[in-house]
Ligand binder design. Structure first.
Ligand SMILES: [Zn+2]
Length: 347
């Protein structure tokens, strides 16, 4: 935790005279004020989603629903949200819209599919929404409302016993008490953070993160065609401008490092038997050349370290090494011992 951030977070919590309650956002490492427990977050998201599904028409388009499930499950598989109860639902609504409720409930309006167009386009939207959930942006928003309203930690932990005013403050913060599509906007910082994490997640799930830029460009075009007064809700709460697209382009190299293209078909559920695929073939490590971004694959050997692998691959030293193992980015040092399948890159 950065000391400055610690003080900032501590200062807000001190207002409540309660224990320090900060969490760290995965991937970005930002420290955030968070007074809401993950289980309470999941409960609120689940209840609200149940209500939405009961009061809003679901899409009858089985193909589009199947695509949503497929892309959604691939994004969810790489999302760092313990005990998440992921659910992806296609609503029958012509608006270009999508949202995520805390704990992993993602809603997509059918109208957005004309702009997502491809699975990678849809992955852009889903990864962005999933990132909001992983980063606990809803809980962060609600925590700020609680601090402003001076609602105590004890009251938060006893949501069911809260008085109506306090409960309402929580509900408004989540945007749960209103009809779908009127959720409060995320802050600019949360939007940028969801864009960054979303790019990384779509790359890890096997979608080319460069497609995110194309999606947002299509969305900008759609926005222009719609005209200002009829700007869809999704655009009002997800401010779209040249800056966002520029930011995404700047973040692309970070995400590209984690991009492993994947075929449309899911991998076979049974692994090839040993005789058809000798073990040696899969025992490699991959190093990303810092200067060019090229991939160098070298054989893995027991005890091989990042340092010896770099020497063997003929890669010149660069910044601190980073390691992607089993789809997750991990801290590393030159002396870190590698496992087969590891991917090494340098900051
Ligand atoms: Zn967003």
């Amino acid at each position: 935790m950065n000391f400055g951030r610690f003080i900032q977070c501590f200062g807000m919590v001190a207002l409540l005279a309660g224990p320090i309650a900060c969490t760290t956002v995965p991937e970005t490492g930002r420290s955030q004020l968070n007074l809401i427990s993950p289980s309470m977050e999941r409960g609120m998201g689940r209840d609200a989603f149940t209500n939405l599904k009961a009061s809003t028409s679901l899409s009858s388009d089985q193909n589009a629903t199947a695509v949503l499930q497929r892309v959604g499950s691939r994004i969810a598989a790489v999302a760092d949200l313990p005990k998440a109860q992921w659910e992806f639902v296609l609503f029958d609504n012509s608006q270009a819209n999508a949202f995520c409720l805390p704990g992993g409930k993602v809603g997509v309006y059918a109208g957005i599919l004309q702009i997502t167009q491809t699975e990678a386009g849809l992955a852009t939207v889903l990864a962005h929404e999933v990132a909001h959930a992983v980063a606990h942006h809803g809980a962060e928003r609600i925590s700020r409302v609680l601090v402003v309203q001076g609602i105590g930690l004890l009251a938060i932990s006893q949501f069911t016993k809260m008085d109506a005013t306090s409960k309402n403050a929580l509900i408004v913060a989540y945007g749960l008490g209103t009809t779908l599509g009127t959720e409060l906007p995320h802050s600019r910082l949360q939007e940028s953070e969801a864009d960054r994490i979303g790019l990384i997640y779509m790359a890890r799930a096997g979608y080319d993160p460069a497609e995110a830029v194309k999606f947002w460009e299509r969305f900008a075009e759609y926005n222009r065609a719609q005209g200002g007064s009829r700007t869809p809700w999704f655009l009002r709460t997800h401010p779209l401008d040249e800056q966002r697209i520029e930011d995404l382009k700047r973040l692309l190299p970070e995400a590209q490092l984690q991009y492993r293209p994947r075929g449309k078909e899911d991998p076979p559920t049974t692994r090839p038997t040993a005789p058809t695929l000798p073990k040696q073939i899969s025992k490699t490590v991959t190093l990303i050349v810092p200067q060019t971004g090229a991939r160098k694959v070298i054989p893995w050997k027991s005890g091989i370290t990042i340092y010896t692998a770099r020497r063997k691959a003929g890669i010149r030293p660069a910044g601190p090494p980073q390691l992607t193992r089993a789809g997750k980015l991990r801290p590393a040092k030159p002396a870190t011992t590698l496992k087969a399948g590891d991917v090494v890159h340098w900051k």
